[in-house]
Design a protein around this ligand. Structure first.
Ligand SMILES: [Zn+2]
Length: 418
């Protein structure tokens, strides 16, 4: 592709996930988004974008009716027992995307016409969606002790050549002599057929920082840290249920005066971690010799620093930002593992090492690459919101000709919100 063709090229991510359709069934919602957007709410609060149109910002702000676009939806009854039907839809989508990249689309611009090309650089989704849409043979459900077929499509962790997945040994498995593509022969998704190299094909399927951290490692960190507060009698006296109620009231008071206020289910973890850090600063003052508490406090502080830095940054991180984010992420992960080791030595079930921790390691390590893309570009908070809207349409329209009805209602909704 030459420079004139790139002038009107729009980089996009595809995404997909299952939403809840009628009577607790599911529907796969597939869509796409421009990677460039109007930044994050923190950028807006900081006034970053004012008067600087040339800035390349993340796509977090604005109604998802306008910032995300629907490609298709498919009810799970269609593909649950026949996954080849979902695969056929993905193949059609891949053909459309390849055509949009190769030939582009003629659109009116001012008095003339230009050819706009969409360049799809990856597919975002939670781990189950990546597995289903990418036909991945190595995925989180394959985690086996001591090793098996592999639990990560991005490396050879948990296979015979690298049984461990929670250490950094997997970084040695990314060479051509060891790394194998994460799909069966002849079963590769059409989405990546034009990409050269097994590792590059695997990296098209992007793990989502939102599910990996907010709903994964950080949710476990928050839950475990609250239990440790109770272990150390921060809330003294009364039954366990009463003490939990005091945690709730304390946290609710803190949340009333905290940002962000307009997030949906991702906000809880962010606010709880900020609150917990203040609590552990207090507890550490009372127990200055406890390495366990100091380590939890450090993990909380590094977690907050990591995301605060990313949410304040633009689409591309400067060298200094990339280094600071990577260091905060590495220190956060190291502190979390030390917390897990302390809990293990104490014989208490806290700070569980779950497969999402492995994907968190991949996300943090990707920050060492230059130019350094802000990993929040791969996050699915906004996509979750969009998928919830399409799922709501799935439940609202007549179930006869469901797919067609959803697409028609979608067009009406977009027209209402544009
Ligand atoms: Zn891996």
């Amino acid at each position: 592709m030459d420079a004139t063709q790139l002038e009107w090229a729009i980089p996009i991510f595809a995404f997909g996930d299952e939403g809840t359709a009628l009577r607790k069934t599911n529907a796969m919602v597939l869509g796409w988004e421009p990677i460039l957007g109007q930044g994050t709410q923190l950028n807006v609060d900081d006034g970053v974008h004012e008067g600087e149109d040339w800035l390349q910002l993340l796509n977090f702000v604005g109604s998802t009716w306008r910032t995300r676009l629907l490609y298709a939806c498919m009810h799970s009854k269609v593909y649950r027992k026949k996954p080849d039907r979902l695969e056929a839809l993905m193949t059609e989508w891949a053909a459309d995307l390849h055509r949009l990249q190769r030939e582009g689309l003629r659109v009116q611009y001012g008095a003339g016409e230009v050819t706009v090309r969409l360049i799809c650089l990856g597919f975002k989704g939670d781990l189950p969606a990546l597995r289903k849409c990418g036909n991945l043979t190595r995925h989180f459900l394959r985690e086996t002790v001591p090793h098996g077929p592999g639990m990560c499509h991005l490396c050879m962790a948990n296979t015979s050549c690298c049984p461990a997945w929670h250490t950094w040994d997997w970084t040695e498995t990314l060479g051509d002599d060891v790394f194998l593509p994460p799909f069966a022969a002849g079963q590769e998704s059409a989405m990546t057929r034009d990409i050269h190299g097994g590792l590059a094909k695997a990296r098209f399927w992007l793990p989502d920082p939102f599910h990996t951290f907010h709903k994964g490692v950080h949710a476990e960190l928050a839950g475990s840290a609250i239990v440790v507060l109770l272990d150390f009698n921060y809330y003294e006296g009364g039954k366990f249920e009463d003490r939990l109620l005091r945690v709730h009231h304390d946290l609710a008071d803190f949340a009333k005066n905290s940002k962000p206020k307009n997030w949906f289910k991702g906000a809880d973890t962010t606010i709880v971690l900020k609150w917990l850090h203040l609590k552990f600063l207090e507890v550490c003052m009372d127990h200055p010799s406890s390495d366990y508490l100091q380590e939890i406090c450090k993990c909380l502080e590094r977690s907050n620093a990591f995301f605060s830095l990313l949410y304040r940054s633009k689409l591309w991180l400067s060298k200094r930002e990339g280094r600071a984010a990577k260091n905060a992420g590495l220190e956060m992960l190291a502190a979390y593992k030390r917390c897990a080791a302390f809990a293990h030595d104490l014989g208490v079930p806290r700070f569980k090492l779950q497969p999402k921790l492995h994907f968190a390691m991949h996300i943090v390590l990707s920050l060492k690459e230059m130019p350094c893309l802000n990993v929040l570009a791969h996050a699915c908070q906004q996509n979750e919101d969009f998928i919830n809207k399409i799922s709501w349409l799935c439940r609202r329209v007549s179930q006869q000709n469901l797919h067609k009805n959803v697409l028609l209602q979608y067009l009406v909704s977009v027209a209402q919100h544009w």
